[in-house]
Design a protein around this ligand. Sequence first.
Ligand SMILES: Cc1cc2nc3c(=O)[nH]c(=O)nc-3n(C[C@H](O)[C@H](O)[C@H](O)COP(=O)(O)OP(=O)(O)OC[C@H]3O[C@@H](n4cnc5c(N)ncnc54)[C@H](O)[C@@H]3O)c2cc1C
Ligand SMILES: Cc1cc2nc3c(=O)[nH]c(=O)nc-3n(C[C@H](O)[C@H](O)[C@H](O)COP(=O)(O)O)c2cc1C
Length: 1164
Amino acid sequence: MSADYSMVKAIESPNSDLIPNGKRIPEIEPRTSAVVLKNHFSGKLAFDTLHKAASKNGSCGEEICCGSIWMNLSDRKVRNRELVIKEAMEFIDQYYRSLKRWGTKAHETRAGQIRNEVENTGTYNMTETEIAFGAKLAWRNASRCIGRIQWNKLQVFDARYVGTAQGMFEAICNHIRYSTNKGNLRSAITVFQPRMEGRGDFRIWNSQLIGYAGYRQPDGSIVGDPLNAEFTEVCQKLGWSGQGTRFDILPLVLQGSDGEPKLFNIPSELVLEVPIVHPEFDWFLDLGLKWYALPAVTSMKFDCGGLEYTAVPFSGWYMVTEIGSRDLGDPHRYNQLEVIATRMGLDTCTNISLWKDKASVELNLAVLHSYQRCGVTIVDHHTATESFMKHHENETRIRGGCPGDWVWLIPPTSGSLCPVFHQEFLNYTLKPMYDYQEPAWKTYDWKKRSLHHNGVSRKFHFKEIARAVKFTSKLFGQVLSRRIKATILYATETGKSATFASQLAEIFSHAFHPQVKCMDDYDIAEIEHENIVLVVCSTFGNGDPPENGERFARELITMKLGHDREEIGSNERSRKDARAILRMNSAEPKPQTFERLCSVVSVASLASDVTNEDPPLPLSNVRFSVFALGSSAYPNFCAFGKFTDSLFGELGGERILALACGDELSGQEQAFKEWAVRVYQLACETFCIDSGISENDLSIRFHSAQKDESSVRFKPNETNLDISTRLGATHGRKVIPLRLKSNDNLLPKSSELATLNVSLTWKDIEWKEPIAFLPGDHVGLFAKNRKEVVEGIYRRLKNMPDRNQTIQVELLEEIPTIAGPKFVWNPHGKLPSATLDELFYSFLDITTPPTQQLLSVFSHRAEKEDEKKKLQMLATNTAEYDAWKYGKWPHMLEVFEEFPSVSIDAALLVSLLPLLQPRFYSVSSSLVYFPEEVHLTVGVLQFRSQGDNGPLHYGVCSNYLLNSKKGDVISAFFRSENRFHLPEEGNLPVVMVGPGTGIAPFRSFWQEKLAMSKKEPQGELLLLFGCRTKEMDLYHDEKEYMRRKEILTLLPLALSREPKIKKSYVQDRLLENDHAQHVFDLIVRKRGHFYVCGDCTMAEAVSKVLRTVFQNIGHMTPEEADEYFLHMQDDGRYHEDIFGITLRAAEVHSKTHESAKTQIEQQN
Ligand SMILES: Cc1cc2nc3c(=O)[nH]c(=O)nc-3n(C[C@H](O)[C@H](O)[C@H](O)COP(=O)(O)OP(=O)(O)OC[C@H]3O[C@@H](n4cnc5c(N)ncnc54)[C@H](O)[C@@H]3O)c2cc1C
Ligand SMILES: Cc1cc2nc3c(=O)[nH]c(=O)nc-3n(C[C@H](O)[C@H](O)[C@H](O)COP(=O)(O)O)c2cc1C
């Protein structure tokens, strides 16, 4: 029955179709040498090629079949190093293949590491992800398991840090609590240390974590479970004595690194049991039957990558017949059939009454009914076998086979009523695997023990019992649970998401082992094996991910599309998706809006009918929640967070808390706080662990930063790095010290505004690498704060160091250890060694209004009671805070002026302020025309808050550029923006729409085009520009020159404040008939590219008007116009470069101020 590899080999010979008795034997499909497996009910054939990867010969031969021999005990010897290396290499191959990174540098490096480690030590340390991958795969490979469809949904607890039996016990309690989950059972495995040279094995002596004792009576009968009679005696020999009932839970016998078995009672509150009742027969209750909820196998070893993990409890849930037919029904177990048949009034004297069959059915029915009644997961044998058939089919399609042991897969009751009965299976061994091993008490050296214990059986120590019983969730919450990893991913442009992510980590550190990673630094290959992933991310551009989230986003899409293809095979949809992947992974322009990407994915996912029986989705074992930062001033509010949330869901992730959005304009911090506290509690509930901190304490921590004067200090230090290098290290950029060549105002002196043409050069700068950029790219600039603000703040600082002394900010950090927390001083993660002046001028943001958390810190340091109260109110009442913030938009000095009694420790303030972020500018020149230079077009920002009645505020960077002197060094970096480059085909027409400073990148375009036109004819370059008045027409003379050279076509200016001329904006001009016709010709007829640059609202309006142009001129329906527009995005012909809501900032601020005031009125 069990056809193993050697048998398959035998039947591969062409003449062996029939064995002598004429029975059919599996056929070999000649082309693929697949073994053909028939389903005798449906007649369907399955082709197995996977058996070719089988790792060892079974015990069946040509003459004999060992299919019903149920245990082949594996070797107990430590493996030699060659064998470990061989198997490790095979495993690591499988692992990297699964990541689709086989043969890569990473694969080679890892293989080399393992080889070295094994050669030196005889073993190696698997990564957590490798362990998780191996454990799941071993389940997938388990040919006797009927429940394998769930193989990918296995929680893996890595307990290799445990050394003692006591530690094992605590980890096992965690396992039981987690997987029991109050009856809603979850599959889990706990992995202890593997077998090693020179040391005894870690073992769990029990055959299951939970089991009933069997007491042998003088008359030979057994009270309890006969299966465990021998083990019960072992426990007694070790000093245990039970109550002597039929259902005494056995103690755990655990063997840690010292090789000595130790007894532990499982705390009763952890063991969930189900009393067995019948839906109709009331008398069933009188039988006094019960069974435990959690089947957790402990006797097997996990053979993975050459290593043997000899203690690996794993658990799932019961199939009813295991309890009803076997545990309670078998004559050599609880033997209940006769009692039940008698109570049913059946004739037990004759077989022909089928009393056993009838009683067995009722017993199974009672078990099912009882488990369901108590809300404990269980599956009936019909459902289990049906889903196994689906699994077999999926596996055959995806993997080329599915090893199956017919003898074990057929349920003990109603065999032929279940579909598996009619299916031929091929049984073979694949590694990694779970394998049988000799019971530990049989191999234990009892003689050595008696010597050790002076021949007297050691009594079960009272203290040990007390400790075991005293085990509480508290103990677990404080030490062990910190072993459960929680991965926190963030993507940020201006730093808020990163700050939130580290606050979240602080909370999670109370009960988990949090790891904060920027999406860009995260290896997506790990995601399938994560326990919890928490995402904190903002949105940029017009609905795009921040730059450091782009790669992750593309990888998620690739994962989704890849999975869909695997699932549905090659059909129309997958061909379309392939295009999408190709587009994203190639140098071709990416689609323009992320919304568009989302729509590709959602459409794809609609086609997949995800049911329980489909192959597991990649993230089906991952719990997640997303917090999205954004601003409701933008049309695509929190688009990237929404995208991530929906994709994680579509990839099978389990959402522990619904997506939460934090609107920058209203209560973002408060929304984050609420989400973070809730998600933490839910994560604790999910893993059945004590949160270790009350909700109230958590909220307090949020309001008042965890740091105070005692946990931060300045340490005198030295540095020989220049400021650009240190800025580069802090921000993870290649920062170049450029020199200011000129900063001319492009607007007439009479104008109240200034727009600068800034020219920066690297001519005299020593730089190791070539510096280059393309038209359309961005420059990031690091500005300096204004002197009057910095000096004003200094006057309010306590414990100021010498402002010219180089210092390092250090933080006192807690490190959890098994022996309790340890405190160490660590350098600040972002701030480099610098003088106080360097920190306040170049590294710290002192102009964005302070957060509520910082106001709370101030409130504790205000000397005057009224200031303290007001600060506390602002820190806790979001509406009041918003009204204050958006009314005044106060910088740090203004806050100090409003609260004169506040002063603060210098080091503390430095550690609490956010980083001053670089400002981006579009390159406004071409290297062809200005070699070794980059030009920028910068609008100088100055505004008054409080409805134009407040003090004058200066935009940090634009005013820094305005006030800088020729020759000053300005720290900068280049950022490639390949979504905004000119089309490679120079003959394609280009339409450019950019009012105000939105003209910036287009100047680089026309300069580049002029150079290109000397080599080959160029397509038309059409500019639509807008400004307030005629005299504000930026680069007027240069444009006229380009027009004369036939490089540029100029549409008439859109003028919004020119006296005597009707107000018009670029979008209005675009709609005018002649212009609309012209643009339509270039874009639709000649398949040109469309570029829009500047304010987000303007860009959104332009994109709408463009669709109206398609309708008006091309006679398209609104749907056709939308579709055409989407096509343009897909083809990379629609480009946006978004500066933010620059023009609407005042309007948005005042609206937000007003709505906060209304809210306050409602509160009162
Ligand atoms: C990709 C990209 C490209 C860009 N390219 C250019 C470019 O080529 N040219 C260009 O000039 N700019 C460009 N910008 C904008 C530029 O990066 C800066 O945002 C701008 O120069 C202002 O920076 P700042 O440091 O002077 O002002 P900040 O100190 O950053 O102050 C700006 C903040 O002040 C607030 N604010 C602004 N106006 C008001 C108001 N009236 N009332 C109340 N509050 C207000 C807003 O919250 C705003 O965020 C670009 C932006 C991006 C993201
Ligand atoms: C240039 C720019 C573009 C933005 N685009 C969007 C957007 O499309 N949708 C949105 O919800 N928020 C948008 N925002 C707002 C940011 O997402 C918001 O400020 C967020 O709090 C920033 O978080 P971070 O510091 O983690 O990057 C934009 C902000 C800027 C400056």
